[in-house]
Design a protein around this ligand. Structure first.
Ligand code: G3H
Length: 259
């Protein structure tokens, strides 16, 4: 079974809608100029909510082979939840994916595993594929309990997930100490955790489901480090922050295979 690599760019709170459109245009041109083979990897961007309508217009108008998603969604469907965004709205804008439980949501907005589990369910209710983020902080890594900690987060955040839903789940392992710090986990670190996540999915569901789930690595990924990380057996993609704001750098990450 081959899992198609997912090269995902999380723009975080960068790029207004006009900047976002030009970044995406440049990314598409750069990939086209390099004769990028979209069969080799799926390319996705996660712009701020206010950019998504413009991104949709560009993707549909220019028939780009690039998909997109939201950086978060509400666990509710509609109602008096000021400032929140329903998965229904993302679906209506043609989004494919949605990030759930990014460490910046977990730390800055206090999102717990239980909230993440509700958001994962909301994503499925609205036809979106959740990219569930998990990962340990520096203290936990130094204490050597990172695998247990991350698997606990995983179990708590997929509570109630059916086997059918789990098959399409994407899990992003992002060690918090490697996010935006320039410290990349080694490819062996990424492989260790990705394999542990897959083994846990097998335990909770089945070998068949575990074979289908894609596990991404995220944390200071650059074009130079991507090929080695993506060469690991259980790493099926990368979730890129800073480097996704540079079209050429991100395009080179997507072309990891051609190096
Ligand atoms: O979602 C992306 C991650 O937080 C990684 O961000 P970074 O590549 O800037 O370290």
């Amino acid at each position: 079974m081959t899992r198609k690599p997912l090269i995902a760019g999380n723009w975080k709170m960068n790029m207004d809608h006009a900047e976002g459109v030009s970044l995406l245009q440049k990314l598409a041109w750069t990939l086209d100029d390099a004769n990028f083979n979209y069969d080799n990897a799926e390319v996705a961007v996660f712009p701020p909510f206010t950019d998504i309508r413009s991104v949709q217009t560009l993707v549909e108008g220019d028939k780009l082979n690039i998909v997109y998603g939201g950086q978060d969604l509400s666990d509710k469907d509609s109602g008096a939840y000021t400032g929140d965004i329903s998965g229904a709205f993302l679906n209506k804008l043609g989004a494919t994916y949605v990030l759930v439980g990014h460490s910046e949501r977990r730390t800055i907005h206090g999102e717990t595993d239980a909230i993440c589990a509700d958001k994962v369910q909301a994503a499925y209710r609205h036809g979106l594929t959740p990219v569930l983020c998990v990962g340990e902080g520096l203290e936990i890594r130094e204490a050597g309990t990172h695998v247990d900690f991350t698997l606990e987060q995983l179990r708590g955040s997929i509570e109630g997930l059916s086997s059918e839903q789990a098959e399409t789940l994407v899990v992003a392992y992002e060690p918090v100490w490697a996010i935006g710090t320039g410290k990349v986990a080694t490819s062996a670190d990424a492989q260790e955790m990705s394999a542990a996540i897959r083994a846990e999915i097998e335990k909770l569901y089945s070998a068949d489901v575990a074979e289908k789930v894609r596990v991404l690595y995220g944390g200071s990924v650059k074009a130079a480090s991507a090929p080695e990380i993506l060469g690991e057996a259980d790493v099926d993609g990368v979730l890129v922050g800073g480097a996704s704001l540079d079209a050429e750098e991100f395009a080179n990450i997507a072309r990891f295979d051609s190096k």
